[in-house]
Design a protein around this ligand. Structure first.
Ligand SMILES: NC(=O)c1ccc[n+]([C@@H]2O[C@H](COP(=O)([O-])OP(=O)(O)OC[C@H]3O[C@@H](n4cnc5c(N)ncnc54)[C@H](OP(=O)(O)O)[C@@H]3O)[C@@H](O)[C@H]2O)c1
Length: 265
């Protein structure tokens, strides 16, 4: 496919997606963006992207459009595009707004939902997609530039919104806790941050080839330092507290999801 990529909404995710695509060699001149915030467009210019003067122009100049606006703005933008988006692929990355709702407003377009996370900026995102037919492979190719792609049903995509899209914020908190501990032990901040970053990346890679218990068992030695560290995790009930916090978040999120079903139509 000849990529003419449109991005509507050039906030945090719009920028991350454009940066990830450029990192992989997609020409910045094949990406056109619009945002109602002039400062966002100024930044887009520095990346060499084409700047449209409206959302309609983005759709007009592209064959694949990513809607990267907040859930509250998705329907408004979809309505704007409805007259022009015929035959185009329109991918919403918005949380909470269902495929059916967006498709109702863009009946002539190939509508998709994607749920990426912020790591698309460094081409290490995890991207859930829902399949909808003949343009699936084009959508997959686009997101493969940005990370690991998985096809799921919409219910799973909605849960991955919490488990994958929101979780970088939580992992940043956890990384921060480790860095504070490293500082307390006397390790300088820059080294601590590098160590934690490398740990997240390295253990993530190991998880692709080993089980969790294999990783743990290959670090622990009898009566060693690591077993004491792991023991504290249980003594202080960290695992069950974390699981409890996550379970509460899931319940809260599910009720928000139910409430918004009627709100976004
Ligand atoms: N952030 C994440 O990690 C993440 C991960 C996965 C999915 N998402 C989804 O991605 C979407 C964007 O999130 P974000 O964090 O990037 O939000 P954001 O930083 O607020 O970016 C959204 C941008 O869209 C602009 N905008 C609003 N209405 C518009 C319109 N009618 N036409 C053109 N531009 C418009 C906003 O301008 P104003 O600020 O002036 O309104 C803002 O610059 C959301 O739906 C979210 O659910 C986010």
């Amino acid at each position: 496919m000849n990529w003419n990529i449109g991005i509507i909404g050039f906030g945090r995710m719009g920028k991350a997606i454009a940066t990830g695509l450029i990192n992989k060699g997609i020409s910045s001149s094949s990406i056109i963006v619009y945002d109602k915030e002039p400062l966002a467009l100024q930044y887009a210019k520095t990346l060499g992207l084409r700047i449209a003067s409206s959302n309609i122009e983005v759709a007009f100049q592209s064959n694949i459009v990513v809607l990267a606006v907040k859930p509250n703005d998705v329907i408004r933008v979809a309505n704007e595009l409805s007259s022009i988006a015929e035959d185009r692929i329109i991918i919403s990355i918005a949380a909470l707004v269902s495929y059916k709702t967006i498709k109702n407003h863009l009946s002539k377009s190939h509508v998709y939902r994607a749920m990426p996370n912020i790591a698309v900026e460094v081409n290490s995102g995890f991207i859930a997609l829902t399949p909808h037919g003949e343009r699936d492979s084009d959508v997959e190719k686009l997101f493969q530039y940005l990370g690991d792609v998985v096809w799921v049903d919409e219910e799973t995509l909605d849960m991955l919104t919490l488990i994958s899209a929101s979780t970088p914020a939580l992992l940043a908190e956890i990384a921060d806790t480790f860095i504070l501990a490293a500082l307390k032990s006397g390790i300088p901040y820059a080294i601590a941050k590098r160590a934690i970053s490398s740990l997240f990346k390295g253990v993530g890679e190991l998880l692709n080839i080993k089980s969790l218990s294999d990783i743990r068992d290959s670090v622990i030695t009898p009566r060693g330092v690591t077993i004491r560290l792991v023991e504290k995790f249980y003594t202080y009930d960290v695992k069950s507290k974390l699981l409890e916090a996550l379970s509460h978040s899931i319940e809260e999120y599910l009720s928000i999801l139910n409430e918004t079903r009627d709100k976004y139509k």
